[in-house]
Design a protein around this ligand. Structure first.
Ligand SMILES: [Zn+2]
Length: 374
């Protein structure tokens, strides 16, 4: 990164090469419009370079921002603001192990494993404890002892006692170490994006329809449309109405087009749906979306039927949604027969591409498809 390797505190000039590099990187990135993945990548790259060089917590980010004048009109500023917002979040992941106390900031790094001291005491704390705001931990030591005031102030007694109980920093203990949390109570001196993400993401209960969307034999491109349909996030009539756009069904001419009409109350869709799953579902087939979803989740008699029904559901939803969009752009005019044969072809191709061998429990899936579709 072009920084001098030194244990002493770095001056503003020492940061210049780093600032230049980050600025260049920011500008080149922001020239393109960043995708969501791109932004993540950027955050990861900045965070890992910062933690890699053992900077004093995230204070460095503030230094860089203010010294480089990026806060303002440059194109990178929005990213910096986003990064700044992440600082409190990042702090939860950082632990400081004090050695000689020369790197860790007394007030701004969580070296007592309780919180940043400045947050505990407020700004007046610096006066009562007699430690200046910019002090490092080693500045609170003199002649091998903690030199911290405040023991007589009721508010600060606990804090005072806690500091006194800490080992006094000295040179034999080596440098301060900044550690990154990898999991609960496991800290390492490296940053891991995936570990951090694991801790950050809220582990949601698995939604009960997930097996109808994500399954091995499915096609991701189709699954995505099904996912949107289940969440009712496709731009069908019921959503467009919010924007006062009148939209009829392009498949059958029905005036009010909703998700539930399109799948599968619409005569066009129902005809298709009935032809492809009729034999598999028998009398259970009906045009109601929620009923269908419930059946697809756990209605099939055996594994092969289950896989076929789930796959057909994906394929039908996908192709009907596609046909609907083509027709809206005056490009589609597939009749139901042509639609059914497209679906048949898609299903055959998908099953063949899975290549199940003789000892696989889904061997014969294609044969089963020929049985139920004629
Ligand atoms: Zn319709």
């Amino acid at each position: 990164m072009g920084l001098p390797l030194t244990t002493k505190a770095l001056s503003k000039e020492d940061y210049e090469p780093l600032i230049d590099k980050i600025r260049t990187r920011m500008l080149s990135w922001t020239n393109k419009s960043l995708s969501y993945a791109g932004r993540l990548q950027l955050l990861n790259s900045v965070i890992s370079s910062i933690t890699h060089y053992g900077f004093p917590g995230f204070n460095i980010i503030f230094c860089i921002i203010f010294h480089s004048g990026m806060f303002g009109k440059t194109t990178g500023s929005w990213i910096w603001r986003k990064l700044l917002k992440l600082c409190p979040l990042a702090y939860q992941f950082i632990r400081v192990e004090v050695g000689n106390g020369e790197k860790a900031f007394f007030w701004h790094d969580d070296w007592l494993r309780i919180r940043k001291l400045i947050e505990l005491t407020g700004a007046t704390g610096t006066r009562y404890l007699g430690i200046v705001r910019s002090a490092r931990v080693c500045d609170a030591v003199a002649q091998g002892q903690w030199r911290v005031r405040g023991q007589r102030r009721r508010h600060f007694q606990d804090l005072h006692a806690k500091i006194q109980a800490e080992p006094v920093p000295n040179q034999c203990m080596g440098e301060d170490r900044f550690l990154w949390r990898h999991e609960t109570e496991v800290y390492k001196d490296s940053y891991s994006a995936s570990r951090t993400w694991e801790q950050l993401r809220r582990k949601k209960e698995e939604v009960n329809w997930s097996s109808s969307v994500w399954f091995k034999q499915g096609v991701p491109r189709f699954a995505f449309i099904v996912l949107l349909a289940i969440q009712n996030r496709l731009s069908t009539g019921d959503r467009m109405r919010q924007w006062r756009i009148q939209q009829g069904c392009v498949l059958c001419g029905e005036r009010d087009k909703t998700r539930d009409h399109l799948f599968f109350a619409c005569p066009y869709s129902y005809t298709v749906w009935d032809r492809v799953v009729g034999k598999l579902m028998g009398r259970r087939i009906n045009p109601d979306w929620s009923d269908m979803l419930r059946y697809i989740r756990n209605g099939a008699a055996n594994l092969k039927n289950q896989v076929l029904i789930s796959l057909l559901f994906q394929v039908v939803v996908y192709h009907i949604w596609r046909e609907r969009n083509l027709r809206r752009n005056q490009q589609g005019q597939k009749g139901t027969e042509l639609m059914i044969s497209t679906i048949n072809k898609t299903v055959k191709n998908r099953i063949s591409s899975l290549g199940y061998e003789a000892d696989h429990r889904l061997e014969g899936l294609l044969r089963r498809w020929f049985e139920v579709f004629d």
